[in-house]
Structure formats: structure tokens, C-alpha cells
Design a protein around this ligand. Structure first.
Ligand SMILES: Cc1cc2nc3c(=O)[nH]c(=O)nc-3n(C[C@H](O)[C@H](O)[C@H](O)COP(=O)(O)OP(=O)(O)OC[C@H]3O[C@@H](n4cnc5c(N)ncnc54)[C@H](O)[C@@H]3O)c2cc1C
Length: 481
């Protein structure tokens, strides 16, 4: 009887450094790599439209890579446990391997499935493909989870030399002959109306492009990361986030590439970049230990913060559409809509603007990001929003409210980023590009802009809304007394 093994793939869509795959290959005559499309089991965080777009490309790419090695991807749709059981029944598989996920809903689901399949008599093993260290391996001296990044990362950094990736296999056992896959198109991941031109222009999902991007970035561009990472008009960051989210490349491989090219990952010039990989680890650490933080503030005092009541819907819509009248905010929101990605500096600015100047709940912003980002990641998104709203672990203090004009003047000095995403402002001189409403009328006429007609007037007064936010914060402070 040939030994048949199932490899259940989820957000580990790669062959390189894939521990579940390597474990599945031990004593395996027939390998069944399967992807089960079961978005309902991830509710309320079913993948958004941009994530689905990415997933389609990533699954197609993985299928191609498996075929080169003599196998192929089996695609199924429906309840994960029912589908896995169906595949076990048709193939006679005796073992199943997968790589772990850390967000609350999938953890609960996977635990249930593990128990059920074991009760069916299967051997079931899960592995770590997506993190440098398991969330339970890193703890304070008292055995508690960390809530401060610097201390967390210090503990991780001391162990970076232990981190080694597994190689990609050179060949694979074939799949059982009888298996029929659902055609990828049938999952309906691609949009029926073509809104995705900007995504197609910007991204190539899949492991090959992830490795290539990492190689070119780490070869040289990483040298300028410390200074250029804050300039949204430049490609100063790695843009690896969607590839990392879908597991097309893993952090162990990235770290090893860093070491091979630059030596010590905790020294210049690579330390600032490696530290961001550390923030990704921290985000997973937090979501594992504080699973409620997808919806509730980690700092419970912030549950008392009074959010805006009047006009909230109109304000949220203007923010989502990039029509707030604040150029850096609008440029960011339009970059997001067009490309499915936004520069980190601008993510912080738009999040501060939403939660503080507009006083709309961070959960509404997190939801919009969830639907529109190709890198939408429950761990990083929850951390990013709570950090910006001032209510998370190691967050920016609430009273530090980003001024989007000053942020623009500092990080987009020539206005290149704003001009790119808000072309109606392109003819304004640098001096007014971040605050067009202050420009003299003659100058606006010359640039062909009438505020309120060609570009919105600011939907809030930045100074007054800042003061209102600080006043609302008083409620939080007294909730802590
Ligand atoms: C409000 C808000 C929401 C965010 N939502 C997400 C999200 O849904 N998914 C997501 O991957 N990142 C999110 N981030 C973090 C960060 O903005 C992105 O990871 C980064 O912009 C991705 O670009 P990059 O790959 O070029 O990053 P680089 O600067 O090249 O960093 C390398 C990698 O490190 C990780 N990383 C970098 N910064 C952070 C961070 N602050 N927190 C966690 N991981 C980080 C990412 O995996 C990234 O790909 C959010 C940040 C904010 C402020």
C-alpha cells in the first residue's frame, strides 16, 4: 500500500522553507498538496477583495511550481474539515501536515480540525512556516507575553543565529491519479468588473517574484532603507508585505539572505530593515496572546473614548475616497485604492487623521484597510491601527497627533507623492502643495484649481479637530483613575 500524505496549504504558498512540506515528504509515495477555499470559516475576517485578487495569482503560481516538480495543486471549496475528510476518503491518506496560523478564528478552526482528524485515526502535525519564533517561545522573565516592542525584539535578536530555513525540494512524489481539482477560476477570486488594473500594473504574486524582489532589495537597496523608508514618493521599502502575508517567502529565508549578503543582521546597514521584520513578529505575538485586539483596544481605558456622532458617515466616506481636502491623506487613500498598498508613513498619517482629527473609530479604518489592502494581515493591521489610535501595545501616545501638513512638508518635500496621486493639484507650487486652501486665489486660478470644485476644501479644521481630540482624551484619562 503506497503511503499517501496530505499537505494542507493556506498562507504558506511556497516550496522554499516550508516545514509542513518537508515533513510530508518523509516516507511519502503520493503527495496531495491541497488548498481548501473556505472563507466562511474565517468570518468575521473573510478575506477582502484585494486579498482575493492576490490569492488567485498566488495559487496559480504555486500550481505552476508544483507541476514543474511532478505534482500539482488540488483545489477544493467548502467546509475545510468536510473537504479534508473527503480527500482522505478518496486517496486513502494516512497523514496530514500544515503550517500554523495565529489569528483567533483560524486557530480555533484548526484546533477543532486537528482533533477531529486525529479522532478519525489520522496522524496530524502542524508546523511553523511564518514566524522566526513561535509566540509562546518568547516571554518575559516572569513568563508573561511582551507588550513593549524593544524588550520583545531584544529577546528575539539574541536568538537570530539559531534561525535557519529549509531548502525547497528538488522533486516531488506524484499525486494519486484519481484526484480531480476544481478549476481555480471557479473560486471566483478575480473581480467580475475589472477594477483591478492598478493591482495588475503594480504586483506579480507568487514565490518566484517574492524571492526575486527580496534578492534585489537585499542586494543593494536595503542600504538606503534607514533614510528612504520614510519618503513615500520613493520605492525605499521592500514592498514584500503581501508576499510575506501569503507566505510566498518566509522570514527565515529573508533573514538568511540578509546574513549571507551583509553578515550581522543586527548591525548597520540592515538593522532598521530587520527590525521591521521584528515588528511583524511582535504583531503575531500580540494577536496570539491578546486575540480580542482585532476588535477591542488592548488598553481598556480607550473603550470609553467618545467617537464622533454627527456626520460620521459622510466623513468616513470622504476618507475612504481620498476626498478629505488634506492632500497627503487623500494621496494615501487613493494609492491604496489604486494599488492595494499604501506606504507605511502615510498609513500612520491617514490612521491618525481618521481616529483623531475625524474622531472615527479605529475599527472602521481597520475594516477599510482589510478590504482594500493586498497585504491585509489581521495581526499587522490590528497592531497598526491600535498603535496609531494610541490604544495598543507600545502605541504612539494618544496626544501625539500627526499634523498631515507638517508630515507632508517633511517627508514629501517636493510634493511628488501628492502630485502623483492627486493630479488635480499637480500645478501648485511646492509651498502650497500640502495646504492648497491657503494659496492665494490668483495662484489657484493659475494652477487651474478652484477649492470646492476641483479639489475639496478640508472636511475638518486641523487645529480645532486636534483640540477636540485632546478634549475627548480627557475622558480616557479619567477612566483610568
Ligand atoms: C494603520 C496601519 C495598518 C497596517 N496594516 C498592515 C497590514 O494589514 N499588513 C501588513 O503587512 N502591514 C501593515 N502595516 C504595517 C506596515 O505599514 C506595512 O507592513 C509596510 O508598509 C509594508 O511595506 P513593505 O513591505 O515595503 O515594508 P518594509 O518596510 O520593507 O518592511 C519589511 C516587512 O516588515 C513587516 N513590517 C514592516 N512594518 C511593520 C509594522 N509596523 N507592523 C508589522 N509588520 C511590519 C512587513 O511584513 C514588511 O513587509 C500597517 C501599518 C499601519 C500604520
Amino acid at each position: 500500500m503506497p503511503s499517501t500524505v496530505i499537505l494542507w496549504l493556506r498562507r504558506d504558498l511556497r516550496l522554499d522553507d516550508n516545514p509542513a512540506l518537508q515533513a510530508a515528504l518523509v516516507d511519502c509515495d503520493r503527495l496531495v498538496p491541497v488548498y481548501v477555499h473556505d472563507p466562511d470559516s474565517e468570518a468575521p475576517w473573510t478575506p477582502g477583495a484585494a486579498s482575493q485578487w492576490w490569492l488567485h495569482g498566488s495559487l496559480a503560481s504555486l500550481d505552476g511550481a508544483l507541476r514543474i516538480l511532478g505534482n500539482r495543486l488540488l483545489i477544493a471549496r467548502g467546509d475545510s474539515l468536510a473537504e479534508l475528510r473527503r480527500i482522505v476518503a478518496t486517496t486513502g491518506a494516512t497523514r496530514i501536515h500544515w503550517n500554523r496560523l495565529y489569528d483567533p478564528t483560524t486557530r480555533e478552526r484548526d484546533g477543532r480540525i486537528k482533533q477531529a482528524l486525529r479522532a478519525d485515526g489520522l496522524r496530524v502535525d502542524s508546523h511553523n512556516a511564518s514566524l522566526l519564533f513561535e509566540p509562546w517561545e518568547i516571554a518575559t522573565g516572569n513568563g508573561e507575553p511582551y507588550r513593549v516592542f524593544t524588550a520583545f525584539w531584544r529577546r528575539c535578536a539574541a536568538r537570530l543565529s539559531d534561525v535557519t530555513p529549509l531548502p525547497a525540494p528538488a522533486a516531488l512524489p506524484p499525486p494519486p491519479e484519481s484526484l480531480v481539482s476544481l478549476p481555480l477560476e471557479r473560486l471566483g477570486l478575480q473581480p467580475s468588473i475589472p477594477w483591478d488594473a492598478g493591482l495588475r500594473e503594480t504586483w506579480t504574486p507568487g514565490e518566484t517574484s517574492a524571492l526575486e524582489l527580496a534578492r534585489t532589495f537585499l542586494q543593494d537597496r536595503v542600504r538606503g532603507y534607514a533614510t528612504e523608508r520614510d519618503l513615500p514618493a520613493q520605492t525605499g521599502t521592500s514592498e514584500l508585505s503581501p508576499h510575506l502575508h501569503f507566505g510566498e517567502i518566509g522570514p527565515r529565508r529573508i533573514l538568511t539572505m540578509v546574513k549571507e549578503r551583509w553578515g550581522d543582521p543586527t548591525a548597520d546597514p540592515v538593522e532598521p530593515f530587520v527590525r521591521e521584520i521584528g515588528w511583524r513578529e511582535f504583531a503575531h505575538h500580540l494577536i496570539y496572546h491578546y486575540p480580542h485586539t482585532t476588535d477591542e483596544p488592548l488598553d481598556p481605558r480607550f473603550a470609553a473614548l467618545p467617537w464622533r456622532e454627527e456626520d460620521a458617515e459622510r466623513m468616513l466616506l470622504a476618507w475612504q475616497r481620498g476626498e478629505t481636502g488634506i492632500p497627503l491623506v487623500d494621496a494615501g487613500m487613493r494609492q491604496l485604492w489604486h494599488t492595494g498598498w499604501m506606504h507605511n508613513r502615510v498609513r500612520m498619517v491617514v490612521a491618525s487623521f481618521l481616529t483623531k482629527n475625524l474622531r472615527l473609530p479605529w475599527q472602521a479604518g481597520a475594516r477599510w484597510f482589510w478590504d482594500t489592502l493586498v497585504d491585509a494581515d489581521l495581526a499587522a493591521n490590528s497592531l497598526g491601527w491600535q498603535w496609531s489610535a494610541g490604544c495598543g501595545a507600545d502605541a504612539a501616545p494618544y496626544f501625539r497627533i500627526f499634523n498631515p501638513i507638517l508630515q507632508g512638508e517633511r517627508f514629501d518635500k517636493s510634493g511628488a507623492y501628492v502630485r502623483r496621486w492627486c493630479p488635480e493639484l499637480a500645478r501648485l507650487p511646492d509651498r502650497y502643495i500640502h495646504q492648497p486652501w491657503t494659496a492665494p486665489t490668483a495662484l489657484l486660478d493659475h494652477a487651474g484649481i478652484r477649492i470646492g470644485r476641483d479639489y475639496p476644501a478640508p472636511i475638518v479644521d486641523l487645529k480645532a479637530s486636534r483640540e477636540a481630540a485632546l478634549a475627548a482624551y480627557e475622558v480616557v484619562k479619567s477612566a483610568g483613575r
